[in-house]
Ligand binder design. Structure first.
Ligand SMILES: Nc1ncnc2c1ncn2[C@@H]1O[C@H](COP(=O)(O)OP(=O)(O)OP(=O)(O)O)[C@@H](O)[C@H]1O
Ligand SMILES: [Mg+2]
Length: 309
């Protein structure tokens, strides 16, 4: 399987402004040297706690933030040069479902305009063709075409998320960065939206970078997983390696913290969590450098990498 995306040694530093002149007085290293690849039509999960750099990674791929250094190769082409140029051919093929869908929509625009926006940027359709296309997209995400003239506030959270998905699908992209696409939804709607994503992936062969802080959701969606902590990857692997045999203490903690809906396991899980909390206290110096930062990834096997000395 060919790679649709390769990210090489990506670093994104946000400037910290200060002083009377608003000069840059330092940097937040939001993403600090990460590398990964996504195969065509494949889903790769990115998990980690709040603030570890997940959305920044996604935005860097979309060209929405300035990168400090590194390379982004899409479909074999170094696209770093396009970054900041919205209408590049690259942007047609890569879309994002935003973490905060509501704020990514203009409240004064109707569903028709919201979903048609990428079409207007890239395809010259007549009004009639455009409307037909938007109706088709709505039906793909399970919304009736009678919604086309409504405004975002007239929908539930789950429906809005689906509008965001329809917009991301409009140009049949090859890659969609899904940033916490279901975190704001309740469980029953979560499953619905996740299943839509799977269905359309199968139908259109789309690859996903699937970002979530919820390991359960990621496990449902992805065989391949990257665990991010403190702006770097602490572990990378597959279903058979990382899920079954996590090696980094941070991955273990993350897995132990995932709630198990089966009440029978609660007692057992509480014990596991306690054991891992102890292990963490006793051994964290083995897993982090002296200054608390994360080591470079080391290869354990073809499909399993962990950040250890
Ligand atoms: N525009 C910005 N300017 C300055 N710092 C930023 C900006 N956006 C994010 N950051 C900082 O960069 C770091 C990574 O943020 P990011 O949004 O990528 O985290 P995240 O993993 O997506 O978190 P969450 O799970 O809460 O969405 C954080 O420390 C955050 O405060
Ligand atoms: Mg985020």
């Amino acid at each position: 399987m060919a790679n649709i995306l390769e990210v090489k040694n990506l670093k994104v530093y946000y400037p910290i402004k200060g002083g009377l002149m608003g000069r840059t007085i330092g940097h937040v290293k939001a993403v600090d040297d990460i590398s990964f690849a996504i195969g065509e039509g494949e889903t790769v999960g990115l998990v980690g706690e709040s603030g570890c750099g997940k959305s920044t990674t996604g935005k860097a791929i979309l060209g929405l933030v300035k990168i400090h250094s590194g390379q982004i190769v899409f479909n074999g082409e170094d696209i770093t040069k396009y970054i900041g140029k919205n209408r590049s051919p690259y942007r047609k093929n890569v879309q994002m479902i935003f973490q905060d869908v509501y704020s990514s929509m203009n409240p004064k625009e109707r569903v028709l305009d919201i979903i048609a926006e990428p079409l207007r940027n890239f395809e010259k359709l007549t009004k009639v063709e455009e409307r037909k296309k938007v109706e088709e997209l709505l039906s793909i995400v399970g919304l009736s075409s009678s919604n086309i003239l409504k405004y975002p506030h007239q929908f539930s959270g789950g429906q809005r998320q689906r509008i965001g998905i329809a917009r991301a699908l409009a140009l049949k992209p090859k890659l969609i960065v899904c940033d916490e696409p279901v975190s704001a939804l309740d469980l029953s709607v979560q499953a619905q939206v996740l299943n839509y994503l799977k269905d359309i992936q199968e139908e259109f062969g789309i690859a996903y970078l699937f970002i979530s802080h919820d390991l359960g959701v990621v496990e449902y969606m992805c065989k391949n997983l990257m665990v991010m902590h403190k702006s770097r990857f602490v572990e990378k692997g597959t279903e058979d390696t990382i899920y079954k045999n996590p090696v980094h203490i941070y991955t273990k903690r993350l897995m132990a913290a995932t709630p198990d809906l089966d009440t029978k396991n609660r007692q057992k899980n509480a014990e596991i969590r306690k054991k891992i909390a102890e292990e963490y206290e006793n051994s964290k110096s083995r897993y982090y450098k002296e200054d608390g930062t994360v080591y470079d990834l080391k290869k354990l096997s073809e499909e399993h990498y962990v950040a250890m000395p």
